[in-house]
Design a protein around this ligand. Sequence first.
Ligand SMILES: C[S@@+](CC[C@H](N)C(=O)[O-])C[C@H]1O[C@@H](n2cnc3c(N)ncnc32)[C@H](O)[C@@H]1O
Length: 328
Amino acid sequence: MRKHHLRYLACPGCKGDLTLAAVEQGDAESIQSGLLVCERCPAEYRIVNHIPRFVPLENYASGFGYEWTMHARTQYDSYSGRNISEQRFFKETQWPRDLAGRSILEVGSGSGRFTEQAASTGAMVVSVDYSYAVEANYASNGAKPNVLIVQGDVYSLPVRKNSFDYLFCFGMLQHTPDVKKAFMELPKYLKKGGRLAVDVYIKTTSLKRFLPSYYWARPLTKHVQPDRLYKIVRRYVTIMWPLAKLINKLPKGRMINRMLLIADYRGRFDLGEEMLKEWAILDTFDGLSPAYDNPQTLETMQQWFQEAGLSQCEVHFGFNGIEGRGIR
Ligand SMILES: C[S@@+](CC[C@H](N)C(=O)[O-])C[C@H]1O[C@@H](n2cnc3c(N)ncnc32)[C@H](O)[C@@H]1O
């Protein structure tokens, strides 16, 4: 982290200002290891590998840490050569492409494919994730002068309240133990007039919910050590891949592959064969490993946007299931 980025941070417990008490390695422009202390309470937080850590390095989201270490670049546009993440970021947020002079808070950044997009606007981007996926994000985006990456928890974010112009949270809410509580935390960090964009998986209420899916296997697979589960998934997808290619050609082929626990993006994203397989391994693991996976209905999300006091709310089916925008 850079010393002058301290002004975006706050003690996650008491929201007091933080001071840089020690730099063990690095200098003010690039602090590799050091110590932050709260000016209001006795709390201390370490900077490890350039990243301020406000939560234990290992926690319930460690499966995601493993996932994004193994697939640190898989979904980056600058790796795939496609504009999949760019399209989703700008369509889902509906924010301008030039946000120089503004600030963006990202919650649940994973490997940082959307951090890359947010940073491209020229805004100052503070990017938070609970897992050690922050290391993968730092490797890709940490050197950018307008990016600060921190390891923190949505339930007690280590940033100042009422201080961001924009906030987005993609692919994260359903992976928290209390989705409503996590959602309700977000608007507090926006300035009045600040814009929120989130998405969440859909809770299926139709007969589809009786079809085989990740949700059948997850109660077992979420207990398997991430490295072991990953090996199993990689082997399974590799063995099934030629068959999945044939199944994809059948009517409802993608749905059948999903029932066979193969995340099949053929026909959806214009990716080469090897990349499609890489995405399949990533997303099959992503479906089977999370400690929490709590999808929501459209009605619930619409209600939460109202309860949060947001205005100009637009909540509808969209990217990742349900997407929602509102203004504080
Ligand atoms: C499916 S990934 C999405 C990553 C990224 N937004 C994307 O769409 O590529 C969900 C992320 O949410 C993070 N997460 C889960 N619980 C969290 C919490 N309590 N606070 C912050 N991040 C959390 C996980 O560590 C994980 O990286």
